[in-house]
Design a protein around this ligand. Structure first.
Ligand SMILES: *[C@@H]1O[C@H](CO)[C@@H](O)[C@H](O)[C@H]1NC(C)=O
Ligand SMILES: *[C@@H]1O[C@H](CO)[C@@H](O)[C@H](O)[C@H]1NC(C)=O
Ligand SMILES: *[C@@H]1O[C@H](CO)[C@@H](O)[C@H](O)[C@H]1NC(C)=O
Ligand SMILES: *[C@@H]1O[C@H](CO)[C@@H](O)[C@H](O)[C@H]1NC(C)=O
Length: 401
């Protein structure tokens, strides 16, 4: 008996690690055989108790037949229409005040993603903790759900504010020389709920501890992108010296950043320089914690995606970074009667090389779909392209599909 137990124990000691690695690599995100990676952003589901939870801000005749189940149906339809490789929920996934039990609400809210077998990731908004669970426990529940790639926090960060700060790497196509290399980097951050500093009113913000983690992670990813195989080299040697050169852009895989509360810089636009609509103010924190500047300095972030303001759904470019809203998705969330709920899609495409095979990312495009009978696609635009100068920024939707 004792020997058998020892053998079993040894088996676990020896094999538990490789088995875990294998399980993790099965979840590894990767560009598909067509050289595409599609992300569906679902923001502000505001899920509560399901069928018994009424809709907000729909037309008078729509109220009797409208509930959280309409939010569920919309997630299902979007998944079928876009067949994303990743679904990202950007906060206020549940509306805590009206959710009788946080776990039950989350299970229902994320159910369409889980049943689709598509990997998904979530961050917290400012309402997720207002039911029966704290922010930490909400995120712990999410992390334990099926098919999610969400993480509580990066294991290497000894101290970090918030819950649900993590990054995901998207590897190149199978059989290509980029098979083991992250060609698209995704970052997820907890933008907090409300200020805890008495003299500062309003919403939370991305803290310095989170920015430091972001900075170190993007630096680390930049380094591995420059390493063999398929080293993406810049002209100048050494990280420090080359970071100050325009060539630095070349040596970095594009990054996309997802969180809930928009940055103060979202207020830099008007209808002359954004795509989409702005129908309410920008509800960022009342202070600027500098995360936009940190991202500009990092040099690899191409676009930021938030939620929070349900009536804003635009993308505008500032200093080389596209600042985008997902647009309000949930039916038990404030909205505008007659103005359809919506979701954002992002597609990154790899460059097809002349010799055959695939290169690095060529372009990142986006559009939205509204919850009408046809899930009409609107506001198609190129967020970033390898040689932006060559590309018409206002391509029609036909070109995007
Ligand atoms: C990679 O190669 C294997 C074996 O030749 C093939 O079955 C698979 O379809 C290829 N994958 C892609 C994405 O081309
Ligand atoms: C909500 O779903 C019901 C049942 O499918 C449907 O009849 C109703 O039109 C939907 N309401 C809205 C606003 O989409
Ligand atoms: C990718 O990683 C696998 C597993 O470590 C290895 O067998 C393979 O040779 C690597 N391929 C390339 C092109 O680096
Ligand atoms: C957008 O245009 C307005 C003027 O219409 C200008 O004040 C603002 O600075 C512009 N924003 C950006 C980011 O270019």
């Amino acid at each position: 008996m004792a020997i058998a137990n020892t053998v079993v124990l040894l088996y676990f000691i020896i094999f538990s690690v490789p088995v875990r690695v294998l399980a993790a690599s099965q979840q590894q995100l990767r560009f598909d055989g067509k050289g595409e990676f599609r992300i569906l952003q679902v923001s502000d589901m505001h899920y509560a108790d399901g069928k018994s939870t009424p809709c907000e801000d729909v037309l008078p005749q729509q109220f009797p037949t409208c509930s959280d189940l309409n939010t569920t149906a919309f997630v299902h339809r979007m998944i079928l229409a876009e067949k994303p490789h990743l679904i990202v929920f950007t906060g206020d996934n549940i509306f805590g005040f009206d959710a009788t039990d946080a776990e039950t609400s989350m299970n229902a809210a994320f159910a369409p993603a889980i049943s689709s077998n598509i990997p998904w990731a979530a961050v917290l908004g400012n309402h997720d903790q207002e039911s029966t669970l704290s922010r930490e426990d909400v995120m712990k529940h999410i992390v334990a759900m099926k098919h999610t790639l969400s993480q509580l926090n990066p294991p290497e960060a000894h101290f970090i504010d918030g819950f649900g700060n993590y990054n995901l790497e998207v590897l190149g196509i199978e059989n290509s020389s980029f098979v083991n290399k992250s060609v698209l980097n995704l970052y997820f951050l907890d933008s907090g709920d409300y200020s805890t500093v008495p003299s500062i009113p309003g919403y939370g913000w991305i803290k310095l501890s989170q920015q430091l983690w972001f900075q170190q992670t993007s630096m680390k990813l930049r380094r591995s992108y420059m390493n063999q195989p398929e080293a993406q080299k810049a002209s100048a040697p050494g990280l420090r010296s080359y970071m100050n050169q325009p060539e630095a852009q070349k040596a970095s895989a594009p990054g996309l950043v997802y969180f809930h509360i928009p940055l103060p810089e979202y207020a830099s636009f008007d209808s002359s320089n954004f795509t989409g609509v702005k129908q309410e103010g920008i509800s960022s924190a009342s202070v600027n914690s500098g995360f936009f500047t940190t991202m500009v300095e990092a040099g690899n972030v191409k676009a930021v995606f938030t939620g929070h303001d349900h009536l804003n759904d635009f993308c505008g470019e500032l200093t080389g970074i596209q600042l985008c809203y997902g647009g309000g998705f949930g039916y038990h969330a404030y909205g505008k009667a007659g103005w359809a709920r919506r979701a954002r899609v992002v597609v990154a495409s790899l460059e097809k090389m002349k010799k055959g095979g695939w290169g690095a990312i060529k372009s990142i495009k986006t559009w939205k779909r509204i919850d009408d009978d046809h899930l009409t696609a609107i506001d198609g635009q190129v967020l970033w392209s390898k040689s932006s100068a060559d590309v018409d920024n206002s391509v029609g939707l036909g070109m995007l599909k």
